[in-house]
Every structure is written in structure tokens, then in C-alpha cells.
Design a protein. Structure first.
Length: 322
């Protein structure tokens, strides 16, 4: 059973609006991350994986609860909300919560997040199993549960985030940006983008963004080629027209944030989406602390290279002597 990492109902908004020949089905433009490959694809055939969110029980049964209920509910709610968003109508608190739930699902269901947390769940399960072995204990309920999470990581990832993130996002300001630009907002195989624009001032280990962790955090999710969800603590809620420079900046974030493909409604690709940001003068790397850390890093790299060269030389000498 093919299941969508990016839902078909969402992708339909990016179908090329040009008239189609008879018997041709609507398609989206899937463009490789480097912009060199461009191909047409029906939205129902794009971004799929067999049984991605199917839960496999210990007894061998397959449970489709996440696919049909958790994700299905958020998708249906969004499809109902989309015409209202297109018309720039105010959203009720309940509708905003449904929109936040859809955004959370879009974050958690992506292949990038599922694969990342699969490694996390496998690590936890391995630690639990090793602990049981060291104590001479038989496999218990804890290792049984961690094994289920490790074996069903994409589904577990969705369940984990859906419990709390919609309510965290509701505590922030919800803005919907609008554009009439020909290229519109693009989307991708990982369209939920979360950044702290001032993260460059922090040490690398402190730069990972998270809702509620920093007042500067910005979350973006394209909703259609003409509408983009923008969640923050600083910007005014409601609808707002995005200048062309803002559209370009947000599309650049989405293009850089994709794993393999981004989607442009008309197949338009702009050079500015590929220009990396320059390191600002006031970045942490240029601070006294950052400069000292780089000196230590280079010193450690040289020491490691010298150690590896010494080990290799000893190995070669031992081989000759024998």
C-alpha cells in the first residue's frame, strides 16, 4: 500500500494551471534540489512509500490507524480550510488549531524526520536491550515497547509530535502570507521549515530551533502557491501581502531545506533560490570565543591526523617484520 510522505490533497494545489491535452492527467513539476532535473508527475504518484505509516503488530497484523485517522483527519480538515484561506477570511480558534495540527503533521510525516527519529528509536531500544542483558533479565514490557517504536518509527514520530506541537504552535502568532507572483510559493519533500534567523550568533550546538525555545523562531509552511503559513512570536497575526523580496527569501529557505525535490507550480526556477547566505560579521564564528574554538578544532584535527599516520606506519612496520 503506497502512502504519501507529502499528501496528494496538498500537492494538488501545485498542479500546473496550463491547459492540458485530452486524456492527460494534471501534474506537478518535481525539480531536483540542484535545479538540474525537472520532471512532470501526477500528485497522487509523487512522494510515496509502501506502508510508510503502517504499524506492524507483534502478531503480524497491520494497523492503518495513523494513515487513515491521524493523518487522514488533518488532511480532511485542511482541505475544508483551504478555500477560506484562499479567500483571506478570518479563522476561528478551532480552525487555527486544525491548521496547527496540519502543520505539525507535515513536519512529522516527512521522510527526513521519520528517518531521523528512526535512528533515535533504534538507539533507545539498543540501550534498553543492553541494560536487560547486563542485569540478566528477560525481555520485558519496556524493551517490547521500544522495539515497537523502532520498528514503526515513522508512525511513532507522528504520534509523538501530534500530542503536543499543535498546542505549542497555538501559543505563537499565526500569519498567512499572500502573493500574486508568477512563481508563487514553492513546496518540497520537506516543506515545514523552522529557523532562528539569529542562530548564527550562537555556538553551533545551540542553533537547533524548537517551538517555544527562542522568541526569534520562524516557522513556514507553503499552503498553496498563493498562501504560506508563517508562525512566529513577533509578526502580527492575520493575512499579509508578501513583497517579492520576501517571496524569494522564503522560497530560498524551502529550496535549501528540501531533501531531494522541490515543487514549483509552473516549473519556474529562479537563480536567487540557490545563493547561500553569507556569514555575517557578527556571527559566533567571528567572536573571540568562536575564533578560539576554531583554533582548538584545527589543533585537534592535526593531532588526529598525526595519530592516524603513526598507527598506519606502525602497522606497515609490523607487516614487514613478520
Amino acid at each position: 500500500m503506497d502512502q504519501h510522505t507529502i499528501p496528494n490533497s496538498y500537492l494538488k494545489a501545485w498542479c500546473d494551471p496550463s491547459p492540458l491535452p485530452e486524456k492527460h492527467e494534471p501534474f506537478i513539476w518535481m525539480i531536483s534540489k540542484d535545479g538540474k532535473e525537472k520532471r512532470k508527475r501526477a500528485p497522487h504518484k509523487a512522494f510515496t512509500e509502501s506502508h510508510r505509516y503502517t504499524i506492524r503488530r507483534i502478531n503480524g497484523e497491520k494497523d492503518l490507524t495513523v494513515e487513515r485517522k491521524t493523518l487522514g483527519t488533518t488532511e480532511n480538515d485542511f482541505v475544508i480550510l483551504r478555500p477560506k484561506i484562499e479567500a483571506r477570511e478570518p479563522l476561528t480558534a478551532e480552525e487555527r488549531l486544525k491548521l496547527c495540527a496540519f502543520a505539525t503533521a507535515m513536519f512529522a510525516r516527512s521522510k527526513k524526520q521519520g528517518d531521523h527519529f528512526a535512528e533515535f528509536f533504534r538507539t533507545i531500544h539498543s540501550q534498553v536491550e543492553n541494560s536487560e542483558k547486563r542485569r540478566g533479565a528477560k525481555p520485558g514490557r519496556l524493551s517490547w515497547e521500544t522495539r515497537l517504536h523502532a520498528e514503526n518509527a515513522p508512525a511513532s514520530t507522528i504520534g509523538m509530535f501530534m500530542l503536543s506541537w499543535p498546542f505549542l504552535l497555538m501559543r505563537m502568532r499565526i500569519t498567512i502570507l499572500c502573493t500574486d507572483a508568477d512563481e508563487g510559493f514553492i513546496t518540497s519533500d520537506c516543506p515545514f521549515i523552522m529557523i532562528n534567523p539569529e542562530a548564527y550568533k550562537l555556538p553551533p550546538a545551540s542553533r537547533a530551533p524548537a517551538p517555544g525555545a527562542n522568541p526569534m523562531i520562524e516557522i513556514t509552511l507553503p499552503l498553496t502557491p498563493k498562501r504560506l503559513l508563517f508562525i512566529s512570536h513577533l509578526y502580527p497575526p492575520g493575512y499579509g501581502q508578501a513583497p517579492q523580496a520576501v517571496v524569494d527569501e522564503l522560497n530560498t529557505r524551502i529550496r535549501f531545506g528540501c531533501e531531494q525535490y522541490f515543487v514549483s507550480q509552473r516549473g519556474i526556477v529562479k537563480d536567487c533560490w540557490f545563493i547561500p547566505a553569507k556569514v555575517p560579521d557578527d556571527s559566533w564564528e567571528n567572536s573571540p570565543e568562536g575564533i578560539a574554538a576554531e583554533i582548538r578544532r584545527q589543533r585537534d584535527l592535526r593531532a588526529r591526523e598525526e595519530w592516524e599516520a603513526w598507527v598506519k606506519q606502525r602497522g606497515d612496520e609490523d607487516s614487514v617484520s613478520t
